[in-house]
Design a binder for this molecule. Structure first.
Ligand code: CTP
Ligand code: CA
Length: 227
């Protein structure tokens, strides 16, 4: 191998990774959003590409540039993300849902800017968005690996694993990358700490830069596929 070249252990794999946070329009000037920067998904896309995979990054309002050599599809709302993932997933060997989709959308977005009326407050009628990960897992094809993330505010590692195990079962994914987001950890930060689980056990644990952790997640995907 040339100096700095990564092992091409993901060559031949088609990987679709979502990243960033979706936004739901309230009116033409306002939206509901979240603090996802896209770093974790971008890190996985970069790692998979360096290791020889063909990668498509589905990006929702990412704060960072996509890696070189990766195709990018931009999306805005959870509905857009759901449609794009449904389009790309049938051709993918590995699907990674690192994006933070808004869980709620406005039942009826206003077509005009909502104006203040006197000193009255405002209530918004919200409805749940499509669960993209659960939908992809339910329609997964033979040989496809579906990876989800779980952002939890857990008070201990045991609690994090308990919440993660329940979430993995609910979603029907193959692997779930669990991280504790309490106290401003993770979002927008360069470093993270994760526990990766499958339906039976912990398959990996990693702490470090999101790029290092991204490689450990790719290792876990390859190990799962070799099982
Ligand atoms: N996810 C998704 N579609 C949604 C919400 C979440 O595909 N509408 C995916 C995320 O990309 C992540 C996983 O589901 O891979 C878990 O996201 P998380 O926010 O932790 O779980 P939720 O199911 O939304 O549950 P809650 O936020 O209530 O804990
Ligand atoms: Ca959520």
């Amino acid at each position: 191998l040339a100096p700095g070249a990564a092992a091409q252990d993901m060559a031949g794999l088609r990987v679709v990774v979502s990243a960033g946070g979706t936004q739901e329009q309230i009116d033409p000037v306002r939206y509901l959003g979240n603090h996802s920067s896209g770093l974790m998904g971008i890190g996985i896309a970069r790692a998979a590409r360096l290791r020889g995979a063909e990668v498509i990054l589905v990006g929702a309002h990412m704060d960072h540039e996509p890696p070189a050599g990766v195709s990018v599809r931009r999306v805005s709302s959870t509905g857009d993300l759901a449609a794009t993932m449904a389009e790309l997933s049938p051709q993918a060997d590995v699907v990674v849902m690192a994006a933070a989709p808004a869980d709620f959308t406005v039942a009826a977005a206003a077509g005009h800017k909502i104006k203040k009326v006197g000193d009255a407050g405002l209530s918004l009628d919200l409805v749940q968005t499509t669960d993209v990960l659960a939908t992809l897992a339910a329609s997964r094809h033979e040989g496809q690996t579906i990876v989800g993330f779980a952002a939890e505010t857990a008070d201990s590692r045991e609690h994090l694993l308990e919440l993660g195990t329940a979430k993995l079962a609910r979603k029907g994914a193959d692997l779930l990358v669990c991280n504790d987001v309490s106290g401003g950890k993770v979002f927008g930060q360069a470093r993270t700490s994760v526990v990766v689980i499958d339906r039976d056990r912990i398959v990996a644990e990693a702490t470090g830069s999101k790029q290092v952790v991204a490689h450990r997640i790719c290792d876990a995907v390859l190990a799962q596929r070799a099982d």
